[in-house]
Design a protein around this ligand. Structure first.
Ligand code: GRF
Length: 210
């Protein structure tokens, strides 16, 4: 059922646990977005199989299917997403930079989730390992709007801290960050779908922000 709901597409490259969280949230008829299309640059990624199993239309365009050219790949992805009537785009573990065709098609309506408290540990695929290696005591996850300004940049719309525990391994820490992402990303999509302002976090004492 999509009547009255914003039509969201999701780009994936990996295991798809965030996609599962989005599909679960959207299974509630009261949720303000429907997941109407899932696309990937990796034809055999588990996330795409999950989308098929849940009955969502899918498309995979590996760069080798696009004459080795990411510009052509993204032009095909953008055209297909627009054909599906996608209005809002979510990058849920998508591991490629967006080319202008995708940025232009969905400008201001693209969300990304990243497993750190940006701007810390942005710009790479190993934010969890990097946080552990740096010895920070707190990391977390961030949902932000994707702009033209660079990797893991763009206005932050939701963020939550995850403490690092003694003896943490990348897998253990990643698992706790994932659990937060599964709440934060569907909530951020709902806010984008309803035009609500970014989540207001707790304010530091005396910050003067209201
Ligand atoms: C998440 O940790 C997300 O922050 C990052 O990629 C991971 C995707 O995980 N961008 P999954 O495929 O949703 O399980």
């Amino acid at each position: 059922m999509t009547a009255g709901r914003r039509r969201a597409g999701v780009l994936v490259s990996g295991t798809g646990t965030n996609l599962a969280a989005l599909l679960d949230a959207a299974a509630d008829p009261g949720y303000p977005a429907a997941i109407v299309a899932v696309a990937s640059n990796r034809p055999s990624c588990p996330a795409l199989a999950l989308a098929r199993a849940r009955g969502v239309p899918t498309l995979a365009v590996a760069v080798r299917h696009a004459d080795g050219d990411p510009v052509r790949r993204d032009a095909r992805l953008a055209a297909w997403l627009l054909e599906q009537g996608v209005e809002l785009l979510v990058l849920a573990g998508y591991d490629r930079l967006l080319q202008p065709s995708l940025l232009d098609a969905f400008r201001g309506r693209i969300l990304n989730v990243h497993p750190s408290l940006l701007p810390a540990f942005g710009g790479g695929m190993d934010a969890v390992e990097a946080a552990l290696a740096h010895g920070v005591l707190v990391t977390g996850c961030t949902v932000h709007l994707v702009g033209d300004t660079g990797v893991d940049a763009g206005p932050i719309v939701a963020q939550e801290a995850v403490p690092i525990l003694a003896g943490d391994t990348p897998d253990r820490l990643r698992a706790r960050i994932h659990e937060v992402e599964w709440r934060l990303l569907p909530a951020a999509l709902a806010r984008l779908a309803t035009g609500a302002p970014p989540e207001a976090g707790p304010l530091p004492a005396g910050s003067g922000r209201r």
